[in-house]
Design a protein around this ligand. Sequence first.
Ligand SMILES: *[C@@H]1O[C@H](CO)[C@@H](O)[C@H](O)[C@H]1NC(C)=O
Ligand SMILES: *[C@@H]1O[C@H](CO)[C@@H](O)[C@H](O)[C@H]1NC(C)=O
Ligand SMILES: *[C@@H]1O[C@H](CO)[C@@H](O)[C@H](O)[C@H]1NC(C)=O
Length: 526
Amino acid sequence: MESSKVLALYCLGIICLQITVDGSKILLFPNDVGYNSRVMNMLKLGRMLTNAKHQVTCVISDKMREEAMFKLAEGENADLSFNVVSYKTPPVEMRTDNEDLSDLMLNLDMPQLYVIVGAMFFNTLENTLKDKTIVKLAKEDFDLIITDELVFFPRIISANRSIPIILYSNFGTLTFDSDIIPRYSLAFVNGCFNRFSDVMSFFQRLENVWEYLRVKLVLSDAYSAAKVLCRSYGYGKSCDNIREIHKTVNLVLMNRNDVIHYPAPYMPHIVSTEGFFLEKPKPLDAYYKDILKGSETHGIIVVSFGSLFRRLGRKYRTIFAKAFSRMPQTVIWSYEGETPEGLGENTIVNKWIPQTDLLSSPAVKLFVTQCGASSLFEALNNGLPVVGVPFIGDQEYNCLKLAKRVKSAKIVKLNTITSEQLQNAMEEVINNETYRTNARKAATMYHDQLIDPRNKTLYWIEYVIRHKGAQHLRSAGENQLNFFQYYLLDIAGSVVIVIIIALTSVTVIVKALLKCLVNATKLKKA
Ligand SMILES: *[C@@H]1O[C@H](CO)[C@@H](O)[C@H](O)[C@H]1NC(C)=O
Ligand SMILES: *[C@@H]1O[C@H](CO)[C@@H](O)[C@H](O)[C@H]1NC(C)=O
Ligand SMILES: *[C@@H]1O[C@H](CO)[C@@H](O)[C@H](O)[C@H]1NC(C)=O
């Protein structure tokens, strides 16, 4: 009798647990600066949660909702999967060509880029703060907020309504705010974007620290401005959470995997998502099947520079097209805009290509990519040799991971690129088996995981829902320390003071003793 009661209670417990997890209300807040991998990956996260029977409300700008690529890739799908709520953005001039953009971006180093990006955070915050629909939405009872690490409004809502919050970092270890994913030791962890591995010389470590401090300074300005704006909308103390998010966040989902990224220490609330966004390849349609059939002798090269650089200026599109035309392989290039000069018969350009499905084909000899956060994982997952042409931001850093750590890639620098250089790089990577062997070896290690990346990510999100937060994963000790305590400068200072006192005392005593001795000898002589 007793035991069956216990059993019944136990079952009830399980049911209750399931009820609290099933159908939780989740607010999903991607970083909306155009439709790119940051947004795509967050929407995939959202779709995963919808499939797990949660109610997901997704916030995006009206501009993105109207974007052609968004409609093409997400379309009605988004509306079917989520409750999509959009906020108004002021009209801006349309860019027709990315030539200016790529030239501008090429000449910026990361801290400079952050100044521009910091302004974008501010604009997004302003647009959301003054949007009545979003403000009303913020008053609803959500069980959880999941947001991109760069969006500020959800940080305010989380504090104001005491809703647990999870951050997603698409840049992985390279989050803008190093407090969100602490570096712990700049002696071997990259403070920011730079070209170093985890073995650094003195001057590299110096540069590492210098860049780290510059980024901190830029962010500090961005946070101060955001806080002032937030206060002017009457959110009071909740505004502090814009800067304090690293202390209150429950979980950070970090786009990272051990095979590509350098090992570094992380706290338990920082979860590597191991490329959860990778999708299972689908069979190719007849059009692409025909292309593959026609390329049986030499195979194919897949080229994609990500959603931001689908359009290119005349200079670059010509250089690329000419290099591709000299290859024996069939080239499939995700490209939009004017037909490039010198486009070869072997090159197929298409605004949208089934990239995931193509890359899984054994006919692929080479992947030419900008090394975006997602294509990095696609190359790894499919064991593909790569020629990396980084454009901006984290891309050079990602390319370097493939070139230096996995050793499956060659990098061609965009600001000095020529057709010959690109052609040589492509030929070497295709003809020298080392690149493919290394890529395959990395892929085998990557696939050897305890849990499927999607299941792992979902588990951790639901973990936070089940326990209504995960503050027990956070170190209160770490969060309370000030600068001097954190770097043990107070201890080092105390040690120095003790040593100084001891040395001074010894000197005084020795001096006094010597004086006594001298006096004694003098006295004796006298
Ligand atoms: C939450 O925000 C409202 C304004 O929307 C403000 O009046 C209130 O003081 C805030 N609460 C907290 C706890 O910060
Ligand atoms: C192939 O590439 C590897 C790594 O770059 C290099 O060490 C090796 O000499 C190359 N082999 C040939 C035959 O060029
Ligand atoms: C992942 O989760 C799904 C749904 O719960 C399950 O069917 C599948 O077997 C899991 N896969 C792995 C590899 O654990």
